[in-house]
Write a new protein. Sequence first.
Lengths: 378, 274
Amino acid sequence: MTEFSKIPRNSGNKSGGYPVFSSGNFIINTLRMIYNFLSSVKLALGLLIVILVCCIAGVTIYRDKRAWELIFSTFWFNGILVLLVVNVAFCFFGRIWGRKVTLISFGMILFHLSFVAMLGGIIYNSLFYFHGLIRLTEGETLPNEHPQSYDVLNRGRLFDQSRLKGETTLIRMHTKYKVDGEDKMVAYEIAVGEGRARKQGIVYITQHLDYRGFRYYADREGYSLLITLHDRHRRELYGAHIPLQSFKQKDDKYLYATGTKDGPAPLAFPQDPQKPLFDLLVTYLPTPLKERAGDAVFQVWQHTMVPEEGTGPFAEGKAEIGGMVKAGNYHLSAKEVRYWVAMSVRYDPGQPIVLASLWVGLGGMIITFIGRMKRGSA
Amino acid sequence: MKTEHLLFWVAVGLYGLSACSYIFGLISKQDKLFSLGLYSALAGFIPHVLVIALRWMATGISPFITISESITFGMFSAVLIFLVFEFTNKKVRPLGVLVMPVAFVLMGWAGTLMKDAATQLAPALQSAWIWVHIIGAATGFGAVLTAAGIGLMYLLKEKNSGGIYGKLPDTQTLDNLAYRFVAGGFILYGLMIVSGAFWSNQVKGSYWAWDPVEVWSLISWLTYGIYLHLRITFGWRGKKLAWYSLIAMIAMIISYWGIPFTMETFHQGFRIEH
Ligand code: HEM
């Protein structure tokens, strides 16, 4: 072992008469500047105010979707949130370091720590999450791993695709569903998984189904008609379950028809991959007397690639569910009413961290408060 | 007129009397009017509680959902906190001069918006979280309203002396008191946000979606978070914070009942599209 003689402390500014090289100072100075910037209380307050202003703008000047696009989903806004947390870490823990731990400071440490943990949870989640919107008609089964099974699909960069196993089935949708006398309106009876690990359960608004961390939530539902095509002798040639859209009318009633979310529209029938014969718009008029019954209105046009303005349908008609309407050389029928449901499927491994830190943070605030009350009354 | 409406307007009337007594008491520097104000507030509180109880009993549905119900419950907790504070700590007698006019005006407004009690609760609201959420919001509001009232006392005390002002605690005490109510309100708002996040997680699977109501509650929380930092890390005291708490209180009223209730959000229950 080599022995060094001790360098005396506080030896003054002189470095024993030798010049000091300043090559490292640039880096050190820059680091110091960054540290000073990040650990400034002024920055913290400034950021809090900026976030407050953005929030106010996001619910007044811009709203809902615009606010989401222009503010809440943007890189800069989320960057500010991250900067705030980094700032909390540097500033708060820099200041509180080495202080005596009292009830007050302990609460504050918990509170600010939970803030940092929350961000950790959010970032972790953003890397590993999976969100999909799956839409199924009663009786339908879709494979979980196929992207085509989902209307909307988002996932984190590091999401492990092999986690998606098995398939999802909508067994039946129940209306007027009650739990302990509470009206839940609708409930979806579903089965998820593969083989023996298949799990069956009921999903409604305040209850989800959990399958290996994938959670199924009720989102919305609608009608689906089984439309069949028959020849002139009424022999069945073809059939398809066609989901209908629900359009809210001025009088708050709903219109159920084929189309897109923007409005009723005809669709080619029979559907892909069959060769279409005509364009078909179906409207369903449910009866309040009986479930899954009522009338269907058919409007039939020549199949055109580009719909022409002003050309009326060549056939029109209304029939009960199960009845038939004539369309040229064919007959059409709405043979059966089913429901379709859309469920949001979520896998959020970071969520427990975030939710737990919310409680820790609240606990911290309460501890600080109690501490201050005690000191105040002492 | 139904009993419920009658009781409601009796409560509003008594709160109006209370508000006037406080205001004239302050102008004419008459101590006795403060007592009248306090007792008419107490008298108005009784029909106020009865209205809530009657509505609740009528249908068995917790009556805190529509805007007028929400204001009625918010004012319930504000007046309750005010009364408890006045009867246990008899030192800040003119406090009602801010609290009671606010209670009077908002209750009057709620009265004009009153609808029949709901016969069923929207499924999305059938969650235990709603309790924590509503109580956090209402008591949080009560706490920061009291803080703003104390802030007003501070400003008055600073400008005037003698008479009724001489009986007020010194400015330092008022300042500390206001701070405690803000800190308490901040925690209760925190509870409102946390329970709201859990509730949203139960129903939608996500705890935060920047939905307007969520953002509004974040605004109230940040507003008081900034107050606390101005005080603790920047050493603000007294006058500046008293003004801050008064302005923030207006922001709170707007952010609860002014705007979010006019928007179609998650909080109004779910649309069932079939
Ligand atoms: C960049 C972010 C933040 C920084 C740098 C920061 C820093 C600090 C510091 C230095 C203290 C006082 C410790 C002391 O010197 O005694 C403090 C206290 C506190 N902070 Fe923060 N903070 C940040 C974010 C937040 C946020 C977002 C909130 C909530 C809105 C918050 C709420 C509080 C509370 C409630 C206290 C304690 C107040 C009391 O003693 O009653 N902080 N913070």
